[in-house]
Design a protein around this ligand. Structure first.
Ligand code: NAD
Ligand code: BTL
Length: 505
């Protein structure tokens, strides 16, 4: 592959049709990471055609599911072998600390291993049709050609949550990663190719969403679009997909409450509140961006949170002392800056942060960990996703009030409750309208546990058995093994006329 032939279409590395390229810079210091091809509409159409042809040929879709599973297990092994290469590429594109990228690659490996094992386990089911004259079964089949669109914050992880189940189910795919973070997607295509995935089954297009992504939701030859990204983009994709009634899966943003009761383990709750809000500089869909704390401990809790937030060390991916890294781009930092300014203008109190990195850090897009208190429900900082290192503080007096505040969002991705009262923990978990609830923890996710959102956090689920089901069609095959004349219409032979039998419903 030459550095500017980085589209992967029909088993070949190719340059874009018009020779367009994009430079990728590390957000930590602005250094050039690489130059990649920028797909045109014609390139995306070529990728869709390749995926369609591969699917229709049955090169992968007709491979027995256990064999597809074995292939995914080999992908997991390949990821283990190439972990350092993948982690380094992820870190340079995102600016995140190398240890975080290494953890991501381990999680991606676990995802491929999980779907590799799941692939052949569920072929469908026999249905009791209520008569011995009928054999009836549900069988699972691939959806067809799937467009997979992923964001920049966990570039390969979010893509893997789509690639692994889509391939396990026998689909052909076109991956469109964020234009800001393409390098691990390139490495993934190379790995799939090296392991012998038939040509056309996995294709890669790179570039801006409006050109390289849009056809994946509008083109009639794409059967499904699976998207992870922002709410507004998700709405555009869902509307576009509606014209051809595609299957749509959406993993969108969150405005996630982290509810702390007075009886929580104080040190664990503080430590995890920092983690919830500031890991990866808050660029996490499930970030605990809304601290909802019982009024009786709010002052002590927030004072300590602020003290510790100010001690968080910012730094580049390979700085051993760094605890978190930069924002992804200058444009994103401007957005976070404006978001904090708007919150302050609306009456929030800035307790710490709200500034850019200085000195050596000025070369990157650093933003200091920010705590805003004295916020009111309805303020933009309480409603809108910051996707940066910003946490707001709200307080409550009762369980009911805690639940009301925690559910007061159009989103519904994730939330946490901290208490040592086991009954209360379960009561709150049951009442929170979010796709993941942590009790006395924050952020873990498991390949075997479904991930996704209530409300405007999305449609469908990734991971777990439902994450595979998203990429299946269910087909009902009904066989009458003792066919009879129904006598329903008048042309039926007179010998069989009489009271017509009603066709089975
Ligand atoms: N729910 C989850 O699991 C999850 C996980 C990670 C990130 N996210 C969300 O992702 C967002 C941040 O990511 P982002 O800034 O990359 O999001 P984004 O919506 O700007 O972009 C996501 C992807 O969509 C593409 N895109 C943009 N416009 C498009 C269009 N018209 N048609 C097709 N594709 C298009 C982009 O190029 C990119 O690849 C946050 O809101 C975050 O909460 C959600
Ligand atoms: C889904 N997760 C938590 C890995 C990343 C969200 O941005």
């Amino acid at each position: 592959m030459s550095t500017t032939s980085t589209l992967f279409i029909d088993g070949e590395w190719v340059a874009s049709a018009d020779g367009g390229t994009r430079d990728i810079h590390c957000p930590a210091d602005g250094e050039l990471v690489g130059t990649v091809s920028e797909a045109t509409t014609a390139d995306v159409e070529a990728a869709i055609a390749a995926a369609r042809a591969a699917f229709d040929r049955g090169d992968w879709s007709a491979v027995p599911a256990p064999e597809r599973g074995d292939f995914l297990l080999r992908v997991a092994a390949g990821l283990r072998d190439r972990k350092d290469q993948f982690a380094r590429a992820e870190t340079l594109d995102t600016g995140k600390r190398i240890i975080e990228s290494e953890i991501d690659i381990d999680d991606i490996t676990a995802c491929f291993a999980y779907f590799g094992k799941l692939a052949g386990q569920d072929a469908g089911r026999i249905v009791d049709a209520g008569t011995s004259d009928v054999v009836s079964r549900i069988q699972y089949e691939p959806v067809g050609v799937c467009g997979l669109i992923s964001p920049w914050n966990y570039p390969l992880l979010q893509a893997a949550w789509k690639i692994a189940p889509a391939l396990a189910a026998g689909n052909s795919i076109i991956l469109k990663p964020s234009e800001l973070t393409p390098h691990t997607a390139i490495l993934m295509m190379q790995l799939l190719h090296d392991l012998g995935l038939p040509r056309g089954v996995a294709n890669l297009v790179l570039g801006a969403g409006a050109v390289a992504g849009a056809p994946l939701s509008s083109h009639p030859d794409v059967d499904m679009v699976s998207f992870t990204g922002g709410l507004e983009t998700g709405k555009v994709i869902a509307a576009s997909a509606a014209a051809t009634v595609k299957k749509v899966a959406l993993e969108l943003g969150g405005k996630n409450p982290n509810v702390i009761f007075a009886d929580a383990d104080f040190d664990a709750a503080i430590d995890n509140a920092l983690n919830a809000a500031f890991v990866h500089s808050g660029q996490v869909c499930s970030a605990g961006a809304r601290l909802v704390v019982e009024a009786s401990i709010a002052e002590k809790f927030v004072d300590e949170l602020v003290r510790r937030a100010q001690l968080i060390r910012l730094g580049g991916p390979f700085d051993p002392d760094a605890e978190t890294g930069p924002l992804i781009s200058a444009a994103h930092r401007d957005k976070v800056t404006a978001y904090v300014a708007k919150g302050i203008a609306e009456g929030a109190r800035l307790r710490c942060g709200g500034t850019w990195g200085e000195g050596d850090l000025a070369k990157g897009f650093y933003f200091t960990p920010t705590v805003l208190d004295e916020v009111q429900r309805g303020m933009s900082v309480v409603i809108d996703e910051a996707f940066g290192p910003v946490v707001t503080v709200e307080t409550f007096e009762t369980e009911d009030e805690a639940v009301l505040i925690a559910n007061d969002t159009v989103y519904g991705l994730a939330g946490a409750v901290w208490t040592q009262d086991a009954g209360r923990a379960q009561r709150i978990a049951n009442r929170l309208r979010h796709g993941t609830i942590w009790i006395n923890d924050y952020h873990p996710y498991l390949p075997q546990a479904e991930w996704g959102g209530f409300g405007q956090s999305g449609v469908g689920r990734e991971l777990g058995p439902m994450g595979l089901a998203e990429y299946h069609e269910a087909k009902h095959v009904y066989q009458n093994i003792n066919p009879q004349v129904t006598g329903w219409f008048s042309g039926t032979d007179t010998a069989t006329k009489g009271t017509p039998s009603i066709p089975q419903q």
